[in-house]
Ligand binder design. Structure first.
Ligand code: PHE
Length: 345
């Protein structure tokens, strides 16, 4: 019983705080005064059994010490406050809080994508945002004057040069070329990064956005590997049971090429505005690396094969957070940004 009382009073003492001299005096009288709680408890202690005394004695002394220390601490503090007051400062005013930042939603999604592919053994590769024609187009099998180049309206910076015109990269496939040129297969990497396209800025289009592309090159890599990898990725990112479907498509650097749809993350396939009532939404382009691309990068296309894929991070974030207006991502409005707290904060 005595033990219970001591525990309860200890909690009260620990939680006690005041900067007011009267309140502090009340505290002293209540606990340490001639008719105070500690006095009472010591009285009560006299009548407990000798065994209990052995255990409780120490606890009791610690309790008394706790009350005395608290009183001394607050008294010292009051003295400091008084001195400050004499000098025109009020130390009892609460401080100005400051806001800690939060992660940008695109950074959160990028990190999640990287973590999933890391588990499958994909490393992260990066490359320059200012690229030459060779790495952004020619090595990737975009023929000169071929309409395929129009698929990606490009910001050109400079004409001519050893590797052709200089431009802001239109996709991070350029990093795949750099990686293959400078190493030996097998390659298994993802390339996150910012890319640029000459589009008028609106809710649905922007002149820059972010991609994660991926590349896997080794002996005997098949379309089945591509499907399984992307299927795993989608289950991890949007949850088990998310359906995928592949539609034939065209990219100059992959053959065959496909676009991958997933069952709508918002309505789960029932039909809604997000999926335009089709139940499916497109999330990425993919395909088997065209043998020409492998050869352009000095890789024997008879021995090696590979798959590649590319997705827009904004699109993935949109499907996760339902952010409908692309401009929000780059306006840096803190009212928007602070809604996205990560597990880190
Ligand atoms: N580079 C393509 C794009 O930017 C995406 C892609 C990458 C498609 C790899 C297929 C294979 O749209």
């Amino acid at each position: 019983m005595l033990q219970g009382k001591i525990t309860q009073y200890s909690e009260e003492i620990n939680a006690f705080f005041t900067t007011n001299a009267n309140e502090l005096e009340q505290f002293r009288i209540r606990f340490l005064g001639a008719k105070g709680i500690i006095k009472d408890i010591f009285e009560e202690f006299k009548s407990v059994s000798p065994e209990a005394k052995r255990v409780l004695g120490k606890v009791l002394n610690q309790f008394k010490q706790l009350a005395e220390d608290k009183y001394q601490e607050l008294k010292d503090q009051s003295a400091v406050i008084e001195v400050a007051k004499d000098n025109g400062m009020d130390l009892t005013l609460s401080g100005e809080g400051f806001e800690i930042g939060s992660r940008h939603p695109l950074a959160l999604v990028r990190r999640e994508i990287i973590e999933i592919f890391n588990k499958l053994g994909f490393v992260v590769e990066e490359g320059p945002e200012i690229e030459d024609d060779w790495h952004n187009f020619s090595a990737l099998n975009f023929p000169e004057e071929h309409p395929a180049r129009d698929m990606q309206d490009t910001f050109f910076i400079k004409k001519g040069g050893e590797n052709g015109d200089i431009a802001l990269r239109t996709h991070t496939s350029s990093v795949q070329v750099r990686m293959m040129e400078s190493g030996k297969p097998p390659f298994r990497a993802i390339m996150p990064g910012r890319v640029y396209r000459n589009e008028a800025i609106s809710a649905r289009a922007h002149c820059f956005f972010h991609q994660v592309e991926g590349l896997y090159v080794d002996e005997n890599v098949s379309f089945a590997d591509l499907k399984q990898t992307l299927f795993y990725f989608v289950q991890e990112l949007y949850g088990e049971g998310t359906k995928v479907r592949f539609r034939p498509s065209y990219f100059p650097f992959t053959e065959p090429s496909a676009e991958m749809d997933i069952s709508c993350t918002i309505c789960k396939g029932a039909g809604c505005q997000m999926c335009k009532y089709s139940g499916y939404v497109e999330i990425l382009g993919c395909g088997m690396v065209d043998p020409n691309v492998l050869e352009n990068c000095g890789i024997d296309s008879k021995k090696y094969s590979g798959f590649a894929f590319g997705m827009g991070i904004e699109r993935i974030a949109n499907l996760k957070f339902e952010i409908k207006d692309l401009r929000l991502f780059s306006e840096n409005d803190t009212r928007f940004l602070k809604q996205y707290k990560s597990a880190l904060f």
